[in-house]
Design a protein around this ligand. Structure first.
Ligand SMILES: Nc1ncnc2c1ncn2[C@@H]1O[C@H](COP(=O)(O)OP(=O)(O)O)[C@@H](O)[C@H]1O
Ligand SMILES: [Mg+2]
Length: 300
């Protein structure tokens, strides 16, 4: 009985600094405000799916430090099962985000424990994978571990969704093993080696990616919406007109939403329609995991 989502990926301690501008070299610039939150694409996507009410299991690593405690508590608070998150010697992964008033963002990432995930960690999740309907992966753990996980999940009969973000070269063999690949416009431009800035370019691009990879695909376009290719037929899904306050986590909320809807037997296109609603709620509130909606909030 395959009734679970397993997210294999990153957990990050995010520090967001609100700054008026970037500091000059050698300058110490006071920040107006600092905020701390639980993040990492993996953990965010796991939390969104779990908040919607499906069983979600996280596979990954955090350090034996206070940041690790914080991240595990945050994930558990939202119902994510963390039995397969290993505490390791490396420090917990971090996101350092400089956010400027005009909305532009300059971010660094400290890989830390996320890069301590090993093949043994994936092997230890084998029994879990046998009960898993959908495996969700991103690109914030070592590439070779992702490849190993894709191969194993495929062999064990799971459906595989790869959020190919941040963009990096992936061998075609592994892309072909995936069932669904989700990227935003920046990542789509990387994989296509061509601009993807609007619906028209996304429609064109998704057709050529679908042909190359033989998978279903989604390209999200921020507030413009998303384009879905399912079984070769392409659909554009406009986003909902909302007063966006902060868009971090929009993509992660979208993927968590897809996971929930697929687990409930919906087609990918319908799942993306539902995911569009999830993200619309997320962008209207501050933060990433905290801003993601529960099921009744999406329905409203
Ligand atoms: N300002 C916004 N208003 C409404 N919906 C949005 C907005 N920004 C993003 N979304 C929704 O979230 C989805 C994912 O956002 P996107 O920015 O493409 O992902 P990412 O966070 O990965 O860059 C979009 O397809 C859209 O449905
Ligand atoms: Mg975006």
């Amino acid at each position: 009985m395959r009734d679970k989502i397993t997210v294999i990926g990153s957990l990050n301690y995010d520090i967001v600094l609100k700054i008026p501008r970037l500091p000059e070299c050698g300058e110490t610039l006071p920040a107006d405000e600092a905020a701390f939150s639980a993040g990492g694409k993996g953990a965010n996507q796991a939390v969104q799916a779990s908040k919607l009410g499906v069983p979600v299991y996280m596979v990954g690593c955090v350090g034996r430090d206070a940041h690790g405690d914080y991240l595990l508590e945050a994930a558990q608070k939202y119902g994510v099962n963390i039995e397969h998150v290993r505490r390791c010697e490396e420090p917990t992964g971090m996101g350092l985000i400089n956010a400027m008033e005009d909305g532009s963002v300059f971010a660094c990432i400290v890989r830390g424990a996320n890069f301590a995930v090993t093949k043994e960690d994936i092997d230890r999740a084998e029994e879990l994978l046998k009960e898993t309907y959908l495996v969700i992966l991103q690109m914030e753990i070592p590439q070779e571990i992702n490849e190993y996980a894709i191969e194993k999940a495929k062999k064990l009969g799971c459906k595989i969704l790869l959020n190919a973000a941040p963009a990096a070269e992936i061998p075609l063999d592994y892309l072909k093993m995936c069932d669904i690949i989700v990227v935003n416009e920046v990542e789509a431009s990387f994989y296509l080696k061509a601009d993807v800035k609007n619906e028209e370019e996304a429609r064109k691009g998704i057709v050529s990616l679908a042909k190359a990879y033989g998978t279903d695909l989604v390209i999200t376009l921020g507030k413009a919406g998303a384009v879905v290719s399912e079984g070769g037929s392409v659909t554009f899904l406009p986003s909902h007109q909302v007063e966006a306050i902060e868009t971090t986590g929009a993509g992660d909320s979208f993927i968590g939403g897809i996971g929930y809807a697929l687990l409930n037997g919906q087609s990918l296109t319908n799942a993306c329609e539902f995911a569009t609603c999830c993200s619309a709620v997320t962008v209207c509130r501050l933060g990433a995991q905290d801003s993601m909606p529960f099921l009744d909030e999406v329905k409203r």
